[in-house]
Design a protein around this ligand. Structure first.
Ligand SMILES: NC(=O)CC[C@H](N)C(=O)O
Length: 432
């Protein structure tokens, strides 16, 4: 039985690194319209909460507050937390304008640009993740289950109560999970979400990652969405299936099972912007260790019909109403808002310029397409040097996000400079 006399509201705040951060508040302490003050440092915190100064929030301006405004379309009761509800809130400035550094506001603006073309983007996210035991005293990161088989009855049975509870919670917040299965790796699992309009899909995906981790914490387990946990096993993808609809009808499919001209231009835009936007899909040092053509993660901006070797897998063989492009480059580690922004902006660029995707990969043929950045350093350099980013993503977002990626690189460089690795000892100690 809950002892709260006043309901609680979980204000869920989109950021860059965790997807959603959260603040639990007493409903009667919120301002008009459920607003709350929130520090702009939200867009300057790393995964381990190092503070990275950005033009928005820095030592010189004293890390000021902004106002978090709930999006009422996202307000949901949390049945597993009595008298509690969650709502996604985004920051606005003193004039009530969306803060342009926010990745969710960016998605909202981009969705608006599609609306001006009479198009509605539809996204379906799917996530792979590793599940570990987290009981005190246990060997750290012991995977759940002893076998590694994909689509395994036994492995699914071992996590079925977790999957059932998770699916129930996600359905209750309006972001249903369509499928759940074991993937090939120790404790490796995957779930796929129902397609939804892009922003609602990103909200659902952000909640799915957070709510899965939260549920695991309740059960002495730990779910990780980091991109590459084990050097010898698959990394965790966060693939996104996308299509465009006009007046409720998918406009990607053509009669002959190919992509329509609109679908082709959209795909062409995803491909031509993929290198410049790589840091949105793969935002951490570790993200790039997942990239491995041998493990179904393309290193080039390639596409092919139903081809998992390609960065974009085009699916037209299930009927024109479900024609779509699966973007396979994003990792499970990336915020769904960053990923959605990269895809929306890339597709829009293609539509505006009538981009040509070029010939697709043929099964068995050598993989073509432009090489994509192979590490975070190269990805940030390319993002900052791009002519496209400020036009499509806005100068303020680009400056703020790039500053945080530089922070990530600095943190790694500082560790590396202060660490003598096994590789160095094995190589030099006896020989020099
Ligand atoms: N099932 C698959 O297609 C493998 C995907 C791969 N694990 C990735 O990181 O994207």
């Amino acid at each position: 039985m809950s002892r709260h006399s006043v309901p609680r509201v979980f204000l869920e705040l989109p950021d860059y690194d965790l997807g959603l951060r959260v603040k639990s508040t007493r409903a009667d302490k919120l301002g008009p319209g459920g607003r709350a003050s929130m520090c702009t440092i939200l867009f300057g915190l790393s995964v381990v909460d190092e503070v990275v100064d950005t033009p928005l929030s820095n030592a010189a301006n004293g890390y000021p507050d902004a106002t978090a405004v709930p999006d009422e379309s996202t307000r949901r009761e949390l049945f597993w937390r009595p008298r509690s509800e969650a709502v996604i809130a985004d920051l606005v400035d003193g004039a009530g304008e969306p803060i342009q550094e926010s990745p969710r506001s960016l998605c909202q603006r981009l969705v608006g640009e599609y609306a001006a073309l009479d198009l509605v983007p539809t996204f379906g996210f799917e996530y792979e993740f590793y599940l570990h035991h987290a009981e005190p005293g246990e060997q750290p990161h012991r995977p759940v289950g002893r076998t590694i088989g994909a689509y395994s009855h036994a492995r699914l049975a071992a996590v079925d109560s977790l999957a059932e509870e998770f699916m129930g919670r996600m359905e209750s917040v309006g972001a249903p999970i369509e499928a759940f299965h074991s993937e090939l790796g120790p404790g490796f699992l995957e779930f796929a979400m129902s397609p939804a309009p892009a922003l609602a899909a990103a909200d659902g995906a952000a909640r799915a990652r957070a709510y899965m981790r939260e549920l695991c914490e309740e059960r002495g387990l730990h779910a990780t969405f980091m991109a590459k946990v084990h050097a010898g096993h698959s990394g965790s993808g966060g693939h996104v299936h996308s299509s465009l609809a006009r007046a409720g009808a998918n406009v990607f499919g053509a009669e002959d099972g190919r992509l329509s001209p609109t679908g082709s231009a959209y795909l062409g835009g995803l491909l031509s912007t993929m290198g410049d936007f790589s840091v949105l899909f793969n935002p951490f040092i570790n993200s790039y260790k997942r990239i491995s053509p041998d493990m179904f993660v393309a290193a080039r901006a390639s596409w092919g019909f139903d081809n998992r070797n390609a960065a974009c897998r085009v699916i037209t063989n299930m009927g024109s109403s479900s024609a779509r492009v699966e973007h396979r480059r994003p990792g499970a580690d990336a915020s769904p808002y960053l990923v959605a922004a990269g895809i929306l902006a890339g597709g829009l660029h293609g539509l505006r310029n009538g981009a040509d995707p070029g010939p697709g990969l043929q099964p068995g043929a050598e993989v073509g397409g432009d090489p994509l950045p192979a590490d975070l350093h190269a990805a940030v350099d390319r993002f900052e040097a791009s002519d496209l980013t400020s036009d499509l993503l806005g100068d303020r977002f680009v400056a703020s996000f790039a500053a945080t990626r530089r922070g990530e690189l600095d943190a790694y460089d500082a560790w590396w400079r202060n660490t003598v690795t096994d590789w160095e000892r094995d190589r030099y100690l006896e020989n020099l």
